[in-house]
Each structure stands twice: as structure tokens, then as C-alpha cells.
Design a protein around this ligand. Structure first.
Ligand code: PMP
Length: 426
């Protein structure tokens, strides 16, 4: 038995499924999850001492690579002054100013502790602001696990084949209207019927929870136009795409301005942080300036802010993103060429430093139905082959991959050499 196997058996006695977030359990791909002891740059090590090139990067936060020295030092330094005060700090002000500068549509921001809290709070704010109940989301998009957002959700919920979770009351879910991603007509139809009771559209501007699916031309612009017409709030859930597909997020990359934005992952530099913000006239409806309630004991936590600020500072280096994007493109192009060489039907998507590989005959995957019709059996074999080779991909075919600053040409080359050997076995 490996140490991971021993730990997994032990973990399942006191932790449901042995994990604190479902996708970590390897349910989709089978086998034993690797218990991790440390990570550095592009690499992670498990309890059995095996080294992996990591393309999960903690599911997105580590755009600078694991164990970034400046973030680590900032956390250590902040911890000397106390772990939490429950009172305002200067670091929170600097954080709000920095977010506003990097993502200008976020005129004001409120810090929270996770992406789930950010989207849940943004939805409540949109409902409170508009006085409307219904929300529109997209099939295959995941926005965290708040009740009204677990309707045809992606990520773990998809992987587990539970599109709508038990425990979500029907009369909560009925206010969530789910339409097809990359299909503006389906949005227009739902607005034609319910438009005057729709508080908001929430969208992943690059979908990253049904593998990686970028917006087709005109999609995000179409959402903007529909929201303007019906005076609904457009929410970009940039928890995954923020500071990743571009320094200013997907809104900068695609040039479409939402009313509210949700951030998470990168903004905390690896600490538990989320944030939502946007138009001043909307967000001032939140307590204490407005009646929509939202709060948090640890929100704006000083150690978390120190980590996030150290990340934000480094993200402002010139050319940083260009080089990460080049390496991501090289990885994806290399994978495609190798799959072609081995006569394997495969297509790829890429958006900045997010990527997706799909085992399918479809030329370009643009929606959820295509994403779930991929050859999962082949993916699973590929997955375990790569894991064995020391390449740690997301353990489910519905998840996007992430490249960091630490994934240099050498790391990409090693990955492609491994992929060449694994494709040959499929
Ligand atoms: N929105 C998106 C787009 C996400 O990808 C995620 C998490 N993967 C969330 C929200 C929820 O964030 P968290 O897990 O921090 O609650």
C-alpha cells in the first residue's frame, strides 16, 4: 500500500469521501487521490515522495506558481502582527484600490472569504437592487455552491452526475433559469418571457467548469445588450478568469463591461479570499450603506490581504502575462500535434493561461452538450498515464487546466514528452 492509499482509507473514516471538496476524491477517474506534502513553482510532491508537474495549481490561484517567495514572506510578516482583528485595516483599503485599478469596472469592492460567498452575495445584491427574483445562468457553468446556483451546475456536481443537488428547495431553484452557453438567442428567449422579473445574468466569461470553453464572438456583447434592454444586472463570475486570462480578467480580454464582478482564487494568492464589486450605484445598496445584508467575521483578513497584495504587486510586472500565454499555447499546440501523430481524436481550447483538451471528433467545443459527450474513458486512461508519468492534470474531464509563470519551456517540453508516451498507449 502506498502512503496515499493508507491515508485515503483512514481519511474516509472521519471525512465524507476522505476529502474536503468532492472532485479531489478522484471519483471521475478512479484510483486513489494523491495526498500532497508540498508544492513549489510548477511542481508538487505527494506523501510517497513522487514529483508531479501540476496543471491544477490549487484550481487556479497559483498563477505565479506554488510557494511564491514574496507571497510567503508577506504572509509570515503579517502573521507577526496578529491573525485577525475584526476591524478595518489599511491593507483592505490598498486591496480595494488595487482591484479597482486593475479591474476598472469594479468601482467599489467588498472582500469575502471564497468564490462561493462572492457569487452568492452578488446575486443577493442584484436581487435587492432590482427588486426582482429570477436569475439567469448557463448550463455547465459553476458559480460555487449557494442554493440558487446549484441548478444544472458544473464542476463537482457535473462529475458526480448530480446536476441539481438534493437539499436545494424547489421553490429556490425555480427562480434560476438555465440557458445554453454561447447561445444569445436562448438568452433572448428567456428574457422575452420573464425579462421584467430577471434580476441578473451570471456568467463565467470563459467557462472553466465544463472543461475550458471560451465565449464565441458576440456572446458576451449579446449578454450586455440584453441586460441593458431589460435593466437587469450583468454579473461576470471571474473567480477563475480574474487576473488569469488577462491582468484585468475576461472583461479586459474581450472588452465587455459587466455591472458586477466576482473574484476569488488569484486575488488571495493561495489564501481563502473572494471579492465582489462593480458599479458604485449598485454596490452601495449593500450594508452598511444600503439595506442588502452581507457580512463576514474574517472578511478582509489581514494575513489573506497581505498574500493577495503580494500577488497583485507581482502581477503588474510588464510582459508577465505574454510569456505565460505563450507557454500555454505551446502546451496546447504540442498536445494537438501529438494526438494527431497518434491518430487520436482530440481538440483543444485555450484562453490566456487556461486550457482544455477534449477527446472528441467535434472540431471546436463551444457548449456543455459537446463537452459532456467527449470520450471520458479515453480521458481517464490518458489521465492515469500522465499521473504515472508525473504530470498532475485535473482528475475529471470537465475541468480546465492552468499554466503558471513557473511552467517554463522546459516544463512544457517535459509534459509533452510524457504525453507522447501516453498517447502511444491509448
Ligand atoms: N465561480 C467559479 C467560476 C469557480 O470556478 C468557482 C470554484 N472553482 C467558484 C465560483 C467558487 O469558488 P470557491 O470554491 O472559492 O467557493
Amino acid at each position: 500500500m502506498t502512503k496515499s492509499e493508507t491515508l485515503f482509507t483512514r481519511a474516509q473514516k472521519t471525512i465524507p469521501g476522505g476529502v474536503n471538496s468532492p472532485v479531489r476524491a478522484f471519483k471521475a477517474v478512479g484510483g486513489t487521490p494523491r495526498f500532497i506534502t508540498k508544492a513549489d513553482g510548477a511542481y508538487m510532491w505527494d506523501v510517497d515522495g513522487k514529483q508531479y508537474i501540476d496543471y491544477i495549481q490549487s484550481w487556479g490561484p497559483m498563477v505565479l506558481g506554488h510557494n511564491n517567495p514574496k507571497i510567503r514572506e508577506a504572509v509570515i510578516e503579517a502573521s507577526y502582527s496578529g491573525l485577525s482583528f475584526g476591524a478595518p485595516t489599511e491593507a483592505e483599503v490598498i486591496m480595494a484600490e488595487t482591484v479597482s485599478k486593475l479591474v476598472p469596472s469594479m468601482e467599489m469592492v467588498r472582500m469575502v472569504n471564497s468564490g462561493t460567498e462572492a457569487t452568492m452575495s452578488a446575486i443577493r445584491l442584484a436581487r435587492g437592487y432590482t427588486g426582482r427574483n429570477k436569475i439567469v445562468k448557463f448550463e455547465g457553468c459553476y458559480h460555487g455552491h449557494a442554493d440558487s446556483l446549484l441548478v444544472k451546475a458544473g464542476s463537482g456536481a457535473l462529475t458526480l452526475g448530480v446536476p441539481s443537488s438534493p437539499g436545494v428547495p424547489a421553490n429556490v431553484a425555480e427562480h434560476t433559469l438555465t440557458v445554453e452557453y454561447n447561445n444569445v438567442d436562448s438568452v433572448k428567449e428567456v428574457f422575452a418571457e420573464h425579462g421584467n422579473d430577471i434580476a441578473c445574468i451570471i456568467v463565467e466569461p470563459v467557462a472553466g467548469n465544463m472543461n475550458c470553453i471560451p465565449p464565441v464572438e458576440g456572446f458576451l456583447e449579446g449578454l450586455r445588450a440584453v441586460c441593458d434592454e431589460y435593466e437587469s444586472v450583468l454579473i461576470f463570475d471571474e473567480v477563475m478568469t480574474g487576473f488569469r486570462v488577462s491582468r484585468g480578467g475576461a472583461q479586459e480580454r474581450y472588452g465587455v463591461k459587466p455591472d458586477l464582478t466576482c473574484l476569488g482564487k488569484v486575488i488571495g494568492g493561495g489564501m481563502p479570499v473572494g471579492c465582489f464589486g462593480g458599479r458604485k450605484d449598485i454596490i452601495t445598496h449593500i450594508a452598511p450603506t444600503g439595506p442588502v445584508y452581507q457580512a463576514g467575521t474574517l472578511s478582509g483578513n489581514p494575513v489573506a490581504m497581505a498574500a493577495g497584495l503580494a500577488a497583485m504587486e507581482q502581477l503588474q510586472q510588464p510582459n508577465l502575462y505574454d510569456s505565460i500565454f505563450e507557454n500555454t499555447q505551446a502546451l496546447v499546440d504540442g498536445m494537438q500535434a501529438l494526438a494527431d501523430k497518434h491518430n487520436i481524436s482530440l481538440t483543444t481550447n485555450v484562453a490566456g493561461s487556461m486550457f482544455g483538451i477534449f477527446f472528441t471528433d467535434v472540431e471546436k467545443v463551444t457548449n456543455y452538450k459537446q463537452a459532456i459527450n467527449c470520450n471520458t474513458e479515453q480521458f481517464n486512461k490518458f489521465y492515469h498515464g500522465m499521473l504515472n508519468e508525473g504530470v498532475y492534470l485535473a482528475p475529471a474531464s470537465y475541468e480546465a487546466g492552468f499554466v503558471s509563470k513557473a511552467h517554463d519551456a522546459d516544463v512544457i517540453a517535459k509534459t509533452l514528452e510524457a504525453a507522447d508516451r501516453v498517447f502511444a498507449t491509448l
